[in-house]
Design a protein around this ligand. Structure first.
Ligand SMILES: Nc1ncnc2c1ncn2[C@@H]1O[C@H](COP(=O)(O)OP(=O)(O)OP(=O)(O)O)[C@@H](O)[C@H]1O
Length: 585
């Protein structure tokens, strides 16, 4: 556990941790010595000449004062190292989030990451002050006490030397059982918490389908399992706790019996016997807190190990000698791709793209169309290098995206996703993420092109309207406008719009389509769209079906060719809100 602390703190944090460990160990030893000095103090007080007590009392007072000073310094040192730990961990986690491939962030890993960065870092930061100190005290103080007893009465010291490990063992065994049961109970409680959250989040669905009255089976099951785990904890954990209490009483009785017999045969004085019993009480106290502190340390160690595992994940490979794209063209050569995030692994994953080859010339507009699941969003993700191809190469300006530095690539590509991601802040803050130093007129232009200016004009707080977590206080169309404005403000030479207008009404969509067409004069545009008004005017249309480009050309070319696109175009006359669908067999 201490090793793990050194590991996550790194070289900059090792000095304060060294100092803290020295202070805490010093305080624990001094505490043991102070307790041991109680014996000569008592012996002197109860002897024929009580004045003999002064030297012992002076030594005892010195030890207590020294202990208080070290303990005070250790306490404040513990808080300092704790907050340093939190700072270092948050910084390292944030750095690591930036370096990990996007494919790493599955839903469960993202949830784990949030838990680690939130409650687990808070838990770990209290370790140096609240766990390390009691742990060291509970180990070093008894050791000091046993050593000190050797100077007072060797027989008693030998009895303690035998009994102390037995007490430790009984306590550890009980605590280990409690820990196992605790883990089971925690898992059951975690499951119940997840189900309650799910139940709360899914209220609209549950109510719409009338599933509230009869209850929600998954939640009921989780609550029953939690109650069962609680009962198990009490039934199986109790014997362990009782055994330790029994063992301590036994050791106490044994030492008392031995002490009385030694006293009766004249080899031990009454004051020494009393003093030794006081030491025994302190020893038992320390042993019982050792297991408790040890259990806390083990939980903290598990958390530190999980943090370490995330921090050790290999980062997304970055080029050693980055190259700069020559222009803003995009090229796919024989690109194949499989998602390998799932449990099935790379070997069994189905290819999502297969031998995809096309070119987006600089300052042109390309529409990518195809049935749902054909792989259109995957194409967009590969251009922005959110993932790396399984086969073939994606080039920007003639340079493989894997050879372009991450910052440079980000500066070249701007994306509007299907799912809009907004941060809890004002509309202006959300748009300015793209370019914090943009001039007011640049912001106004982006807002006008995306239609955000009309949204802002209607809201009472205008640009200062808070969007809520994830943009919850805006409608779907308003959120989409914020995200389009953000992408436009970035002024990247390549703009990818992935179903960017799906949540807009027809009038806004038509206005935006005009704006996009105008953009094609100065940007390389890839538009993944299902509305024909956007697609028809593209310089080229790519039809993607089941991961393969099946048709390519202008609207007129493709209609004349009489393939999949043409048949959809003909059906379009009947369909409002046109969308390509998979051909029926
Ligand atoms: N993270 C992922 N892990 C595994 N499979 C995925 C992942 N994301 C997408 N897929 C699969 O890859 C295929 C292509 O998905 P993609 O989102 O690229 O299609 P799309 O053409 O954009 O679909 P839509 O028009 O419905 O958005 C689908 O079969 C999808 O299930």
């Amino acid at each position: 556990m201490i090793r793990q602390l050194y590991r996550v703190l790194g070289p900059e944090g090792s000095r304060p941790l060294n100092r803290l460990l020295a202070l805490q160990s010093g305080a624990a030893v001094l505490q043991g010595v102070a307790f041991a000095l109680l014996v000569p103090v008592l012996q002197a007080l109860l002897s024929a000449d009580p004045d003999d007590v002064w030297p012992w009392l002076t030594a005892f007072t010195g030890c207590v004062l020294g202990y208080a000073a070290l303990q005070g310094a250790a306490l404040s040192g513990g808080f300092t190292v704790g907050s340093q730990l939190s700072r270092v961990l948050h910084r390292r986690l944030a750095d690591q989030a930036l370096r990990l491939p996007l494919g790493w962030f599955t839903a469960s890993r993202t949830a784990e990451f949030s838990r680690l960065a939130g409650q687990n870092v808070i838990q770990v930061m209290s370790t140096p002050a609240h766990l390390l100190r009691p742990f060291l005290t509970s180990l070093l103080t008894p050791v000091t006490l046993v050593i000190a007893t050797f100077f007072l009465d060797v027989r008693t010291a030998l009895v303690l030397l035998v009994c102390a490990p037995v007490l430790f063992a009984v306590q550890w065994a009980g605590a280990a059982m409690m820990r196992r049961l605790d883990l089971g109970r925690d898992a059951a409680a975690g499951e119940s918490a997840d189900r309650v959250l799910e139940y709360t989040r899914n209220q609209p669905v549950l109510r719409a389908f009338g599933r509230t009255a009869e209850g929600y089976g998954a939640l009921d099951d989780a609550l029953v399992a939690e109650a069962r785990a609680d009962r198990r904890l009490i039934a199986r954990g109790l014997p362990g706790l009782v055994s330790f209490t029994f063992a301590t009483r036994l050791v106490f009785a044994l030492l008392l019996a031995l002490g009385v017999s030694w006293q009766l045969d004249g080899s031990l004085t009454v004051p020494t016997l009393l003093a030794l019993l006081v030491l025994l009480v302190r020893l038992i106290d320390s042993v019982s807190s050792a297991a408790e502190a040890g259990a806390g340390m083990r939980i903290a160690r598990n958390t530190l190990e999980r943090l370490g595992a995330v921090l050790d994940e290999p980062p997304f490979p970055q080029p050693v000698e980055p190259r700069t794209p020559r222009d803003a063209s995009v090229e796919f050569s024989g690109v194949g791709f499989r998602y390998t995030d799932g449990t099935a692994g790379a070997a069994s994953a189905r290819p999502v793209l297969n031998d995809v080859t096309f070119r987006l010339p600089e300052r042109s507009m390309t529409a990518l169309v195809g049935p749902s699941g054909a792989g259109k969003s995957t194409v967009a993700a590969l251009i922005a290098r959110f993932r790396d191809t399984t086969e073939g190469t994606v080039r920007i300006g003639g340079v493989d995206v894997r050879e372009i530095a991450a910052d440079d690539l980000a500066a070249h590509v701007s994306l509007v996703f299907q799912d809009v991601h907004l941060f809890d802040g004002t509309i202006e803050e959300n748009v300015r993420i793209a370019s914090p130093d943009a001039a007011p007129d640049e912001l106004a232009t982006a807002a006008a092109m995306s239609g955000l200016d009309r949204v802002v004009a209607e809201l009472p707080d205008g640009w200062d309207t808070r969007v809520g977590e994830g943009g919850a206080r805006l409608s779907g169309g308003q959120r989409q406008r914020v995200s389009i404005a953000r992408a436009l403000l970035k002024e990247a030479p390549i703009l990818i719009l992935d179903e960017a207008t799906a949540a807009l009404d027809q009038e806004s969509e038509a206005l935006f389509a005009d704006a996009v067409r105008a953009l094609a004069d100065r940007k390389t545009l890839l538009v993944i769209a299902h509305r024909l008004s956007t697609v028809v005017h593209a310089d080229q249309i790519l039809v993607l079906e089941d991961g393969e480009i099946t048709e390519q050309g202008t609207h007129d070319d493709l209609v004349t060719a009489g393939g999949t696109y043409a048949s959809f175009w003909q059906r379009r006359a009947r369909a409002h809100g046109w969308r390509l669908e998979a051909a029926r067999p």
